[in-house]
Structures are given as structure tokens and as C-alpha cells.
Design a protein around this ligand. Structure first.
Ligand SMILES: Nc1ncnc2c1ncn2[C@@H]1O[C@H](COP(=O)(O)OP(=O)(O)OP(=O)(O)O)[C@@H](O)[C@H]1O
Length: 258
């Protein structure tokens, strides 16, 4: 198993949590997507949010982003009360939504300029292009890019405001194994800069390789939290991988919810 990076120094010094959620409930009509979710994410950590389809991961991250209103519970992101003021923290977070739904006709340069204007401050755009190996294609329309290049653009856009917290929703879906690993390096670089990174994934190798904390949600509840090694150790004997541990906790979560 690849070893994830150690926690950033801030964590060791007891900085306030990047995300603090208590008793979070989200309903869609008669369907309850989140059932009293309680969790805490330390500043400077890289966290994988895993769980079966329909577990509530997207509902949770959309509440963190201020895009959905919870029915009950407390949500603090970077110390900001998101329930009381859903948009007051957006200049401090970066978001990469699923499968980079970018408008095909804009060039990367136009995208950068557009996103930069949305924020009170932004990073140096030439440096950003350089960091993501996009300098040579700044005038290329996004519709002409490969899947991996599009994902690099969408991650770069998520970082344009120099965010303290980056939220990535299934960032490597559809990427080939080599491009996926290159993308992991870009994520690791962000973590090394001290940013808190929260990503959802269905790939257990990705969670194990990148995250120093893995949070597993099943049927709207937190069913497991810890490092990949801790989750594997907590699963029954014979579990040797995060895939095995995932299967165990998913079964347990489904039983508890029934
Ligand atoms: N807008 C909506 N209206 C009605 N039900 C919804 C809505 N959004 C989500 N749900 C339901 O809430 C539950 C949680 O969905 P959510 O998308 O948060 O799960 P998820 O863990 O992100 O799933 P996936 O891994 O498939 O993306 C599911 O049962 C889903 O059908």
C-alpha cells in the first residue's frame, strides 16, 4: 500500500478543525439522505470520503459548499457557521465538481480570467498554468482537451482563489491509470502546501494512497473513521485491504440502517 503524507504541522499544534459537523440531517421529501451525521476534519489533513452509491456523500459535500440547506444539525467550515450563512465562506474554499462539466467553447485562458474575477483575490494565473502544465495550451478550447487535461483545468480553477480547504468530488473518474497517478501528485502537492483536502472516491487505492483520514458513510451515517490501516485493523480477521474493510463496514451500515 502506498503511504499517505503525514498530517501537516497545524494539526499537531491543535488548530481549530477545518470541518466540524454535528447531528446533520438532510431529507428529500420522505427520503432521509443524512441521519444525524457527526464528524470532524482537522485543518491540514487529506480526507477521503467513501461509501456506497446513495450513502449521502454528495448531499454532505453540497451542504459544506453552501449549495444545500440541511434540515437539522450544526455545520462549521473553517470556523464559519454554514447553516446561518451558507455563502460567507465560499471565497476561502475551492471546489472541483464531478467530471468537470466545463463549457467546451471557452479557452483555458478565458476560464482562468472568468474565475479569477469571481473572487476578491486570486493567485498568479501564469504560475497556476505552469503548476498544472497548462501553459502551452492556454489558448486551446476546453472541448479539445483530453479527460486528464480537463481534470487538470478543473483542479486549477478550484485553486484560483488560493483556498484553505479544497473539496473534490470524484476527481479521477474516467482517467487512465497513469493519468490518475499524475493527478494524485497534484493533489499531494496541494496537501503539502498546508491546504485541507476533502475528496470523495469509489477507488479504495486512491483513498489509501492519498488520505491520512478515511471517513466512511453508509445510509446517511458515519460508520467508520480513521487511517486506512486503522480501518483495515478494525475489520474482521482476513481483511487485508481497504476494499475488504469497505465491504465489511458497508454490510454493517446496511444492517444497522435496516
Ligand atoms: N435532489 C434530490 N431529490 C431526491 N432525492 C435525492 C436528491 N439528491 C439525492 N437524493 C437521494 O439522497 C440519497 C443520498 O444521495 P447522495 O447523492 O447524497 O449520495 P452519494 O453517496 O453521493 O451517492 P453516489 O456515490 O452515487 O454519488 C440517495 O438515496 C439519493 O437518491
Amino acid at each position: 500500500m502506498l503511504t499517505p503524507p503525514p498530517l501537516a504541522p497545524d494539526v499537531a499544534h491543535g488548530a481549530p478543525p477545518a470541518i466540524d459537523v454535528r447531528g446533520l440531517v438532510k431529507k428529500y421529501g420522505s427520503k432521509t439522505a443524512l441521519r444525524g451525521l457527526t464528524l470532524r476534519i482537522e485543518a491540514g489533513s487529506t480526507v477521503a470520503l467513501i461509501g456506497p452509491n446513495g450513502a449521502g456523500k454528495s448531499s454532505f459535500v453540497e451542504i459544506l459548499m453552501g449549495l444545500r440547506t440541511p434540515d437539522a444539525g450544526e455545520v462549521r467550515v473553517l470556523g464559519h457557521d454554514v447553516v446561518r450563512d451558507p455563502r460567507g465562506h465560499v471565497a476561502r474554499i475551492g471546489v472541483q465538481l464531478q467530471e468537470a462539466n466545463l463549457f467546451r467553447l471557452l479557452t483555458i485562458r478565458e476560464y482562468f480570467a472568468f474565475f479569477a474575477k469571481l473572487y476578491p483575490r486570486h493567485v498568479d494565473l501564469a504560475q497556476l498554468a505552469d503548476e498544472f502544465a497548462l501553459t502551452d495550451m492556454l489558448d486551446t478550447r476546453v472541448g479539445k482537451l483530453s479527460g486528464g487535461q480537463k481534470q487538470r483545468v478543473s483542479l486549477a480553477l478550484a485553486l484560483i482563489n488560493d483556498p484553505e480547504l479544497v473539496i473534490l468530488d470524484e476527481p479521477t473518474v474516467g482517467l487512465d491509470p497513469i493519468v490518475r497517478r499524475e493527478f494524485w501528485e497534484l493533489i499531494r502537492t496541494q496537501a503539502a502546501k498546508g491546504r485541507t483536502v476533502l475528496f470523495t472516491t469509489h477507488y479504495m487505492d486512491e483513498a489509501a494512497a492519498l488520505a491520512n483520514q478515511v471517513l466512511m458513510i453508509s445510509a446517511g451515517r458515519l460508520v467508520a473513521a480513521g487511517s486506512a490501516e486503522q480501518l483495515i485493523a478494525r475489520a474482521p480477521a482476513g481483511s487485508h485491504s481497504l476494499d475488504d474493510a469497505y465491504a465489511h463496514f458497508a454490510r454493517q451500515g446496511a444492517l444497522e440502517a435496516a
